[in-house]
Ligand binder design. Structure first.
Ligand code: BEZ
Length: 193
């Protein structure tokens, strides 16, 4: 079994608080920043795949009706494409609050789309956290996303914006696309059962 090297968020905070560092975004961070960054570059991480297995009761759902948002799960040979931001560590304080619903920071190797490499922090929610929902069928995930709404808006908007931004970067994510197609079919009233 793959061991996730997760730390408490304080443990991955660098000592020199003004040294720029890379933050890898694979979910809402791709299309919604809301924080200061010096530059951003398309990049990927290896050995992780994006999955809508994390519950959201503070952004895209509620405690009574949680939404589903992206996290990363370990998968050999997988490549997860996203966006890397060069930030100063003070930015992390705000993100720790924004992403508090079960996400921890992990340090991982980073591969820029131009062929160069680095190291980045990435937020991930691991199995067993307080908001974890886990695996479900594409249709079940799409059904849940189609009805959930939270303080940050409808869960379906999160899914569609993420799917669009992955495509705009020139990449495919079969998991995200399958859920997007199922959601659009549900909204069009198409019976795919
Ligand atoms: C991201 O977009 O990388 C992200 C996902 C979940 C929590 C924080 C950030």
């Amino acid at each position: 079994m793959f061991e996730t090297p997760a730390f408490s968020n304080a443990e991955t905070r660098p000592d020199q608080s003004d040294t720029p560092m890379w933050l890898f975004g694979y979910g809402s961070l791709i299309y919604k920043t809301g924080f200061a960054f010096k530059t951003r570059r398309p990049a990927s991480i290896k050995g992780w795949t994006r999955r809508f297995w994390q519950g959201s009761h503070d952004h895209r759902g509620t405690l009574e009706a949680p939404g589903r948002v992206a996290t990363l799960v370990p998968q050999k040979e997988a490549v997860c494409h996203g966006m890397a931001y060069l930030i100063t560590p003070d930015v992390l304080e705000g993100l720790d609050v924004r992403e508090k619903n079960g996400y921890l920071r992990v340090v991982t190797d980073l591969y820029f789309d131009d062929g160069t490499c680095g190291e980045a922090l990435v937020y991930m929610a691991t199995e067993g956290n307080e908001a974890w929902l886990g695996e479900a069928s594409v249709l079940e995930i799409a059904q849940q996303i189609s009805t959930a709404v939270g303080p940050s808006g409808p869960n379906r908007d999160y899914l569609l914006m993420l799917a669009d931004s992955i495509r705009e970067m020139g990449h495919d994510d079969t998991h995200v696309e399958a859920i997007e197609q199922a959601l659009l079919a549900l909204e069009a009233g198409v019976d795919r059962s």
